[in-house]
Unconditional design. Structure first.
Length: 260
């Protein structure tokens, strides 16, 4: 990872390959390492950028609330440093929220978006309550919160088979500082609804959802593509399609990139 000084903090990113820029944005409690398999594949044909979002990985905290707009501005700083004028964005969960915030702030830089296990919709009132509960839980025992949260992201059927992947994710997630965890939860809780982007974006959008995702209930989010040109891809498992359906997602996204 390279480090960029941004607003007096270290902002970590990586750059691999040549060609059209693909920007990969990780989810909550994750970091750029979640994309290792995809970086190796995408970089055969594309210029792949990964970024540790605020308070995650090797990127330091900027404050006590990291809004999706602030995270998007940090992404812009990296792309400006690399002199990238247009890119395709792929965001997992929280990374998708950041990609949409970036699309709103910097529309001329967009070539396409993959929302992987993510949504354009704001948190429901119930979801906001759950965020507040999570904040209380993490302040009481951050490691216990992280370990429990990671397992719940996977489909129950796959947890035994993917035990090594789950443990690796836990090892990465527990490195996330308390401030970074809370700041991200606060930022996700207050994020804007950006469903309008799905309706009017002049570039292709792909939405990937898991049928048994416990974080983003399928029936509450699948209909956001109704009346749009957004392609919806549904996988049979949980919130971690990049692991649970790795080969299928790779094939689907490589086909999508060609259309951007």
């Amino acid at each position: 990872m390279k480090l960029l000084t941004y607003k007096n903090i270290n902002l970590a990113y990586s750059e691999t390959g040549k060609g059209t820029a693909i920007v990969l944005l990780h989810g909550f409690l994750e970091n750029s390492s979640m994309w290792d398999f995809f970086v190796a594949e995408y970089s055969k044909k594309y210029r792949v950028i990964t970024i540790d979002l605020l308070g995650h990985g090797e990127t330091e905290c900027l404050g006590y609330v990291h809004t999706m707009e602030e995270m998007a501005d940090a992404v812009y700083a990296v792309l400006h440093e690399l002199r990238i004028r247009k890119a395709i964005f792929m965001g997992h969960s929280m990374g998708g929220y950041v990609a949409l915030a970036f699309a709103e702030l910097y529309p001329d830089m967009m070539k396409g978006i993959v929302l992987q296990n993510s949504t354009s919709r704001a948190d429901s009132d119930e979801r906001k309550v759950n965020r507040d509960r999570a904040i209380k839980a993490v302040k009481l025992n951050a490691e216990a919160f992280v370990r429990m949260s990671i397992a719940n992201l996977f489909d129950e059927e796959l947890r035994e088979r993917l035990a090594d992947d789950i443990e690796h994710l836990r090892e990465q997630a527990v490195k996330t500082p308390l401030q970074g965890i809370v700041a991200a939860l606060e930022g996700m809780k207050i994020r804007k609804d950006r469903e309008v982007i799905l309706h009017f974006a002049p570039y292709p959008i792909l939405l990937v959802l898991g049928k048994h995702d416990q974080s983003l209930i399928y029936t509450e989010h699948a209909d956001q593509v109704d009346g749009t040109d957004v392609k919806l891809v549904t996988y049979p498992y949980g919130h971690m399609s990049h692991i649970e359906n790795r080969k299928e997602l790779l094939k689907e996204t490589l086909e999508f990139f060609k259309k951007c």
